[in-house]
Every structure is written in C-alpha cells, then in structure tokens.
Design a protein around this ligand. Structure first.
Ligand SMILES: C[S@@+](CC[C@H](N)C(=O)[O-])C[C@H]1O[C@@H](n2cnc3c(N)ncnc32)[C@H](O)[C@@H]1O
Length: 183
C-alpha cells in the first residue's frame, strides 16, 4: 500500500519523538537482541524513531532503514544524519533485499499492511534473516485479527516464538511485543 504522510503528521510524529522518545522508542530498542556488532534491518522505519536509538548501540554493526514512503525516508535521513553506520533504502518492497540480517524489527508497521501484502512481505523478511537470527515486532494489541494473521505467517515461514510480552506504550496503548528465531 503506497502511502505518504501529510506535513501535519510529520510534525506531530517529530513532537512525539522529542517528548516521548525515551519512553516509547528507546525502551523498545533496549530490548532488541543487539550487542553492537549486528547487521540490523528497521522495516518500516518511518522518521527513524527507533533507528535513532538502535544506531547508537551498533558500534561495530550496521543499520539499514527501509520504508516504502519517500517522504518518511527523507525525514529519516535527517534524523539519523550524524550516524555513519546507517544506510537508507526506499523502494517498493519487492525490490528489497539480498542481504542477510542478524535482527529485523518492525515497530508499529505490520498491523497497517493488508494481508495480501503481508503474504509477500513476511516470506522475504524471513528469508533475509541468518540462521539463528531474530525477528521482532511490536504492534497494537487491539488488532486481534491482524495479529493472528501476522503470527501465523511468521510461523509458516520457519520462525519460532522465543518470547512475547504485552507492554503499555505511552500514547499508543497496549502492544504485543514478540521475538521470533529463525531455525
Ligand atoms: C506507523 S509508522 C511507524 C514508523 C516507525 N517504525 C515508528 O515506530 O515510528 C508505519 C511505517 O511503515 C511504513 N510502511 C507501510 N507499509 C510499508 C511497506 N509495505 N513496506 C515498508 N514500509 C511500509 C510507512 O511508510 C510508515 O513509515
């Protein structure tokens, strides 16, 4: 689904990032299975809210930010301009990825993508992980049916659930956070 944010949406997201960056995005980044050397993909990076904190942790690693939106990608480049260990990819999904990642994360992305698209996206993401690598998502708990579809697709593509938790995210409500491992 091609989608570009309005200027108002960008301004509001920047405001949330400034006011709630630590309590929403940093906390999530702290729970990612990262020790600093990994190759990490932020799928649906938006303006780089989580990426901003992840890039700081990857002292000897690399972060790839991917988004379908040109406008978000342009803001993301600005958010992360001080980091040298980040690359930016904006494209229709199927043009992506022949790399292999140690960690792929999706933060409030998958619940908005139609099932027919997820059926293409999740297999590509799963095949872009190294063996033993982690796939992490955080999505709103109220999207019950969508979460069921997401979990089924992830498991169908060779990933096993390692851990799950429900977190109360400021402004965004309860969210399901799950970590899967590629076997
Ligand atoms: C709600 S925003 C979340 C952005 C960021 N992860 C965050 O938490 O601040 C959803 C993002 O997913 C992106 N997105 C939606 N569909 C996508 C797709 N098929 N492929 C890649 N990115 C997509 C949107 O452009 C948007 O930047």
């Amino acid at each position: 689904m091609k989608y570009e944010p309005s200027l108002l949406e960008i301004v509001l997201t920047k405001l949330v990032f400034v006011l709630y960056g630590r309590s929403v995005y940093k906390i999530f980044s702290n729970r990612l299975p990262i020790n600093g050397t990994e190759s990490v993909l932020d799928f649906g990076s938006g303006m780089g809210t989580v990426g901003f904190y992840v890039a700081q942790k990857l002292k000897k690693g690399h972060l790839t930010c991917f988004d379908v939106s040109k406008r978000w990608m342009s803001v993301c480049r600005k958010t992360l301009r001080k980091y040298r260990n980040v690359s930016f990819l904006q494209s229709d999904f199927l043009a992506l990825i022949n790399d292999s990642f140690d960690v792929i994360f999706c933060h409030f992305v998958l619940h908005d993508i139609p099932k027919s698209e997820l059926e293409n996206i999740i297999p590509v993401l799963a095949s872009s992980l190294k063996l033993g690598a982690s796939f992490v998502f955080r999505e709103p708990i109220k999207e019950t049916i969508k979460l069921f579809e997401i979990k089924s697709l992830i498991e169908k593509n060779g990933l096993s659930l390692k851990e799950s938790r429900i977190t109360d995210v400021p402004l965004m409500g309860n969210a399901l956070e799950s970590v899967y491992i590629k076997k």
